[in-house]
Write a protein that binds this ligand. Sequence first.
Ligand code: URA
Length: 443
Amino acid sequence: MRMYDVIERKRNGGELSGEEIRFFVKGYVAGDVPDYQASALCMAIYFQGMTQRETVDLTRAMLASGDVIDLSSIPGIKVDKHSTGGVGDKTSLVVAPIVASLGVRVAKMSGRGLGYTGGTLDKLESIPGLSVSISRTRFERIVSEVGCAIIGQTGNLVPADKKLYALRDVTATVDSTPLIASSIMSKKIAAGSDRILLDVKCGSGAFMKTVDDAIALAREMVAIGEGMGRSTVALITDMGRPLGTCIGNALEVAEAVATLKGEGPRDLTDICVELAANMLFLAGLGTIEGCRGFARNQIDNGQGFHKLKEMVAAQGGDASLLDDAFGRLARPRASREVRATKSGYLYAMDTERCGLASVALGAGRATKDDTIDHSAGIVLSAKTGAVVEEGDVLATLYAANDRLLDEGEHALRAAFDIRAEQPRPVPLFLARVTIDGVGRAGA
Ligand code: URA
């Protein structure tokens, strides 16, 4: 078999066989297929797409490139949750403890923030002492005994994705539905959970800008999960505005804690309840409506917060700090209020720019080797749809010094669009995708 013929077939709109896909993935990981041929094939896939069968074969071939974690020693059903990434998305820190406090195990491997999106590992590391690099044995013990743990990737999971993602990142081929679907699902399946909930973000702060594109990606991923024996559900949720009011690592942990105590912002609370309910539903705890009630109850009775403290302590963190998380975790050196320069409606927020503003303040990384300032970030006082008067505080910025505040303010001002006209409300939940079909919000 020749790589040239595989590229040519896809370039011409043909369907690749499983054998051709395996030849490519194996050859690329082994170094037999050079970067220039792999990038040509990714670009051909970008333009021509893939059939569902091809995407499943690509996922299987990527999965076979490394280890697959066996969680069978942990009793009970293990449910994983994955977000396609966003700004202010701290839902894992709320949802994992809620679900675990109801007896469903969550063995979660998360990522770091890169570009304008945040990462759960960076958020957790703002808790002094907490480690996200723990051995597989200790991870499994914490999940068995506490019910949930969130760590960085261990072992050699999907090396094909590591290599291919780095290539896609520099060849303008990241935003291809079959490539994203196979990348995410190969990692989720390798991570070993029995059931998978996907939170596919949609809007100005997400890969998928339209609901139709987000649904197409969700359908692809649900079909892959189900095809590989893992019950999978996807929610399509709005990322046309940041989630909650806090952006930045320690601030987001503090907001997650507030949410678990029943004092969180409405949008974040609602989305966490919905995600938790769908995970509980996947674990077989009852109807979605019933599971929503269970999830809300774990916030009201404090069990979700208690579970987060148990998890933090088990991972070596100082859980006592969570009792006053805003006061004791986030201690920035400098702050500044950003005020409205005119009156009107906050018509839109460019969510990607909000994320970039937090990166400028020091909360994120422009390249993967940058260090981050855990206390830096943004607290929003107004979100899309709010009525603002000239001089009102729109946001408060936190950073290490005035120079970073200048950069953050410049970036954040570009994100706010204030107009006389009232924006059309956009629901937080846009659709739910299962193997049986798509339920659109309001349909
Ligand atoms: N996240 C991933 O893990 N892979 C992609 O291709 C895109 C987002």
